[in-house]
Design a protein around this ligand. Structure first.
Ligand SMILES: Nc1nc2c(ncn2[C@@H]2O[C@H](COP(=O)(O)OP(=O)(O)O)[C@@H](O)[C@H]2O)c(=O)[nH]1
Ligand SMILES: [Mg+2]
Length: 290
C-alpha cells in the first residue's frame, strides 16, 4: 500500500475541502467608496454610517455617544480601501482551509477572524469586504453548518482574514472542537468580529461566544448583519439592547457596534477602515480609539 506523507495527506484534504460551492464576488455599484460619495446625503449616510443614520429613529434622550467612537474621515476610508484592491504586487486570495487547529497555517501577519452562528452572514460579509477583488473565491458550504472548517484569506503580505466555522444548535460542542482552541491559541489574532443577526439580536449561542472571548481576554467587536432585512425600529431596539449588554457585561468588546448589509454595502467601507486600523496598516488622520 502506498504510504502518504503528512504533507500529501494535507494537500488531498484541502482539495476535498475545495469541493464546496465556490462563489465569486460581483462588484456592486457601491462596492467602492468613490461611488458612495456621489450619492445624495441621505443615501450616503445610510450606506457609510448606518449607525448614525439610525440615531434619528431614537428618542432624543437616548445616549448615542457610542455611535461615533470610530468615525473615520473620507481620506481614512479611501486609504483603507486601497488595501482591499488587488494588484500584481498585492495579491488578495483564498489561501487554505483547516479542519483542525493544528492544520491552521503558521502565519506571522496580523489576523482578524469572523465568528458567528451558521447562516448569520460570515461568508457574505467577507465577500462584500473583498468585492473590489472580484476574482477571489469565497466558499459557501452547500450544507450550512455542516462543514466545520476555517478558511484563510491573505490580503497581500499585510494581514489575514479567517472565515470561522459557524456554530448552531450544537453550540457547546462546536466551540470545543475548533473555535475555542483557535481563539485561545492564535498568537497573531488581533481582533475577532462576532456577527449577530440584525433581525434577531443576541441569542444563546452568541452569549456563549461572548463568555469565551471574555474568558480568553480577546479583543472583539460586534457586527450586526443583514440590516437591509430589519425595519429601522427593530434595528434600533436591537442596537440599544446590545449596546446596553456590552456596557454592563463586557470588558474586551469595542463599545461601538458595526451594522452591515453585505447586499447593499452598508457599513462595509467603515468596516474595511476599522480592519485596516486594527491590523496596524492605517494610522487615522483624526484621533480615534480602537
Ligand atoms: N438580505 C441579506 N441577506 C444576507 C446578508 N448576508 C448574508 N445573507 C444571506 O444569508 C444566508 C447565509 O449567509 P452566509 O454568508 O452563507 O452565512 P454564514 O453561514 O455565516 O457564512 C445566505 O442566503 C445569504 O445570501 C445581508 O447582508 N442581507
Ligand atoms: Mg459560511
Amino acid at each position: 500500500m502506498v504510504q502518504l506523507t503528512k504533507a500529501r495527506k494535507f494537500q488531498i484534504l484541502n482539495c476535498l475541502l475545495r469541493k464546496s460551492v465556490v462563489t465569486r464576488s460581483t462588484p456592486c455599484k457601491y462596492a467602492s467608496f468613490s461611488e458612495v460619495l456621489q450619492l445624495q446625503e441621505k443615501q450616503y449616510t445610510e450606506i457609510t454610517f448606518p449607525l448614525q443614520d439610525l440615531a434619528k429613529y431614537l428618542t432624543p434622550n437616548v445616549d448615542t455617544s457610542c455611535f461615533q467612537i470610530f468615525s473615520p474621515s473620507h481620506d481614512d476610508i479611501k486609504i483603507a480601501e486601497a488595501f482591499f484592491i488587488p494588484s500584481r504586487r498585492h495579491v488578495i486570495d483564498y489561501f487554505i482551509s483547516a479542519v483542525r487547529i493544528d492544520h491552521a497555517p503558521q502565519l506571522s501577519q496580523p489576523e482578524v477572524c469572523f465568528l458567528g452562528r451558521s447562516n448569520v452572514g460570515k461568508s457574505s460579509l467577507i465577500k462584500a469586504l473583498f468585492s473590489l477583488a472580484p476574482d477571489i473565491e469565497v466558499r459557501v458550504s452547500k450544507h450550512p453548518g455542516y462543514t466545520k472548517k476555517m478558511n484563510f484569506f491573505k490580503v497581500g503580505k499585510l494581514f489575514t482574514m479567517v472565515d470561522m466555522p459557524g456554530y448552531g444548535y450544537r453550540a457547546p460542542e462546536d466551540f470545543a472542537e475548533m473555535v475555542e482552541p483557535y481563539l485561545n491559541q492564535r498568537p497573531n489574532l488581533k481582533r475577532t468580529f462576532l456577527l449577530v443577526d440584525g433581525l434577531i439580536g443576541l441569542q444563546e449561542a452568541d452569549h456563549i461566544a461572548v463568555e469565551m472571548l471574555e474568558e480568553f481576554g480577546n479583543p472583539y467587536v460586534l457586527v450586526l448583519t443583514k440590516i437591509d432585512k430589519a425595519p429601522k425600529s427593530v434595528m434600533a431596539k436591537n442596537v440599544l439592547q446590545i449596546q446596553d449588554f456590552i456596557e454592563k457585561n463586557t470588558q474586551g468588546c469595542f463599545p461601538q457596534i458595526f451594522p452591515v448589509s453585505s447586499l447593499y454595502y452598508s457599513g462595509i467601507h467603515v468596516l474595511r477602515c476599522f480592519i485596516a486600523h486594527v491590523v496596524g496598516n492605517l494610522h487615522l488622520s483624526s484621533k480615534q480609539s480602537s
